[in-house]
Design a protein. Structure first.
Length: 184
């Protein structure tokens, strides 16, 4: 088998895997997803005091307990999440993205988006599909930045926390991911 043939087969395999992941039905349904999202949020609060502080004043928190990312040149990522408002479930959402570039591997991670204003939360609820990078401004809080978030800085926009990263891919970004409300 030639190296070109192997390369083309790898691209085809990665493309099919990416399409399967991006177009798949929800990983978790109903109460199982809600339990996973609730546990993930509790874990985030326990490991990040800044997230807990934001959660106390946020209008809503959208939690994706497990997003899976895979790729080899062509990649995809996807997962399901729950929107919590005042500690109660307010909806189920899906996130997904496709990518092309120098990438190889598989990774899973969780993330939570803290909606600090009613306008930003309304935008999430009223769109048929929200692409991160358009609409409300999202501030990604990594371990270093999260230490500087306070109730004074957490008054506007949407704050994102990435947590529980596992796998073999080096970089991670939320830019370009699309979030869509699932029918309940």
């Amino acid at each position: 088998m030639t190296s070109r043939s192997s390369f083309l087969k790898s691209i085809l395999f990665a493309g099919l895997a990416a399409l399967a992941l991006a177009g798949r039905p929800a990983f978790a349904q109903g109460s199982a997803l809600e339990a996973d999202a609730s546990a993930a949020l509790k874990h985030l609060y326990a490991t990040s005091p800044s997230a807990k502080t934001l959660g106390e004043t946020a209008r809503g928190v959208l939690v994706f307990p497990s997003v899976t990312r895979l790729g080899f040149i062509v990649g995809a990522q996807g997962g399901d999440g729950v929107l919590f408002q005042k500690g109660k479930v307010a909806g189920h959402y899906n996130t997904g993205a496709m990518s092309v570039g120098l990438q190889a591997g598989i990774q899973s991670y969780g993330y939570a988006l803290f909606f600090m204003t009613e306008a930003d939360l309304k935008y999430l609820k009223s769109t048929k599909g929200w692409s991160i990078g358009t609409g409300p401004t999202v501030v990604i809080a990594d371990a270093g930045a999260a230490k500087d978030i306070s109730t004074l800085t957490g008054q506007q926009g949407v704050y994102g926390f990435i947590f529980d990263q596992k796998g073999l891919m080096a970089g991670i970004a939320l830019t370009g991911q699309k979030i869509t409300r699932l029918k309940n």
